[in-house]
Design a protein around this ligand. Structure first.
Ligand code: ATP
Length: 259
């Protein structure tokens, strides 16, 4: 668990390379096919050969509900367990994780034990990072990628079109054919700024939800503070990641599995 940008995917890969495991995505937008840049999907290369479930498999035009998630994630867990592997659920849609774990009949809790890991980063540091990440997405071709999802009726209420980065570009795509270079660049900047603001808002909402699960629902969530990773560069950042996130998480999971 963790807000957008904190390193959930990285941690899931670290754990899956240290324990025999497969990964189930719990980001309700990344389940859809398409928008790999804008939704920041983990790349094939970053997956290090670890099997991923519920990632980029759903038709972009249909809504993927919490019920869909509970059904498909449960099936994926059963098939992963039947192969003697550990299911790791990684993603930012906390309401979907809640629907899975706290179902009304306690089916999940009676069948499985679970261990919650939360990668946390101080909010001002995370805001900086996700803002820079938006600039990188733009450099990597986000605008052309999102252009395919422009809807002349401005209906961004279904499926992958709900993703941050799609509705924000509506005005830009609508007006770009009629504008001179300068006005176009200005509109583009405004869209990018809005994406940054909305990503920061998403991070704050995700953090509130994790705090609610931890404090009001008493989920035993292990918090890993990754802030230092984001304040350092290169090798030092990697060392901080190992010391503060990957290493402690490995110990927590080993304790969970073997004691
Ligand atoms: P809620 O109940 O608010 O929908 P949730 O926990 O079910 O919360 P979140 O994952 O917080 O779902 O997603 C809320 C919204 O944030 C999505 O509908 C989408 O607009 C945006 N969002 C979430 N993840 C991504 C992503 N990977 N890329 C782009 N936008 C995203």
């Amino acid at each position: 668990m963790g807000a957008t940008g904190t390193g959930k995917s990285r941690l899931s890969i670290d754990l899956a390379t240290r324990f025999p495991a497969e990964i189930i995505n719990s980001d309700k937008i990344q389940v859809h096919e398409g928008l790999d840049i804008a939704t920041n999907k983990i790349t094939e290369e970053e997956r290090c050969g670890i099997p991923h479930h519920l990632l980029g498999v759903i038709n972009p035009n249909i809504d993927f509900t919490a019920t869909n998630f509970v059904d498909m994630a449960s099936n994926a867990m059963d098939s992963i367990l039947s192969r003697g592997q550990l299911p790791i659920i990684a993603g930012g849609s906390n309401s979907y994780i809640e629907a899975l774990v706290d179902d009304k009949d306690f089916r999940f809790r009676s069948k499985y034990e679970c261990c919650f890991l939360w990668v946390d980063v101080a909010m001002p540091v995370l805001h900086n990072y996700v803002s820079e990440r938006v600039d990188k997405m733009v450099e990597n071709g986000m605008v052309d990628e999102v252009r395919n999802y422009f809807d002349s009726n401005a209906n961004y209420t279904k499926g992958i079109k709900k993703a941050i980065g799609v509705p924000e570009f509506h005005r830009y795509f609508r007006e770009e054919p009629y504008l001179d270079k300068k006005s176009r660049a200005k509109l583009l900047q405004e869209a990018i700024q809005e994406i940054k603001r909305n990503t920061c808002k998403l991070a704050c909402r995700q953090l509130e939800k994790i705090n609610r699960l931890k404090n009001k629902k008493n989920w035993k969530i292990h918090r890993l503070d990754a802030t230092q990773v984001f304040l350092r560069r290169g090798k030092e950042a990697d060392e901080a990641w190992e010391a503060m996130v990957a290493g402690p998480s490995t110990e927590i999971v080993a304790e969970f599995l073997y004691s």
